[in-house]
Structure formats: structure tokens, C-alpha cells
Design a protein around this ligand. Sequence first.
Ligand SMILES: [Zn+2]
Ligand SMILES: [Zn+2]
Length: 136
Amino acid sequence: MNCQICQGLITPMKKGDTELLKCKGCDGFWIKRGALNRLIKHKAGDLEFSSIDHHMHHDTHGIMKCVFCEDQAMIKINFINESRIILDYCEECGAFWIDNGEVEKMQNYVDKIEANNEKTTILEVIFKTLLNLPKI
Ligand SMILES: [Zn+2]
Ligand SMILES: [Zn+2]
């Protein structure tokens, strides 16, 4: 099997307990439903579900066809809706095509969101404490 983007050879491999079909040419890879939630470390929530949208997104390459489904055209989705990290997603089987470098981008994005959420929580705590201070 050859890569739809660079014609490189696609070979099965493992990253931790996740099975990838990886291209030796461009280092992009295919993963099945559920794998994105294991590849990107996050505290809570379904990263895959929260990324599915039906808007038009520009990407560095055209529409791909899912390797797991016969000729199923994939859609472009925006990771967690507003990250501007554009992924290829198969609506039929839930598979993703991940370009080289996108895992790192997604991880950074998730880390940033979670760090910001923690700050918000701390601010809320301070605010509530201030509100509950005895009035002078
Ligand atoms: Zn490739
Ligand atoms: Zn598919």
C-alpha cells in the first residue's frame, strides 16, 4: 500500500499500545477510532468527538480516501474545533490520517488549554475567597 500524499510505503507499526499504519515517506499515519484519545495525553473528555465538524477547512493536501473503508472520501476537521490543526477524518469508521508533526501540535494545544483552565479555577477560588471575607 502506498501513501496518497507522497507515494511512500505504508507499513504497520506500534506506538505504545496503539497500532499505526505509517508512511515511510512523509511520516504521516493512519489510526483507527479511539486511538487519538490514547496518543494525546489529556485529563478528560473525548478529543475525537469534540473535533468533528462539517465546515470547510483548508489543508496542505486534498481530500483523502480512508484506507480502512473502500473508497470512502474523508472530511477535514478542526482539532477541538478551533485549534486550526486540520485532520482528515473518516465518518464511516472513525479513522484519522495524521500528518507529520500534528501529534506534537495537538499535544501542545491540549496542554495549553488545560493549563489555562487550571488558572481559571485558581482565579475563581481566589475570587470566592474574597467574596466571603468578612466586611469591614
Ligand atoms: Zn506519505
Ligand atoms: Zn473509514
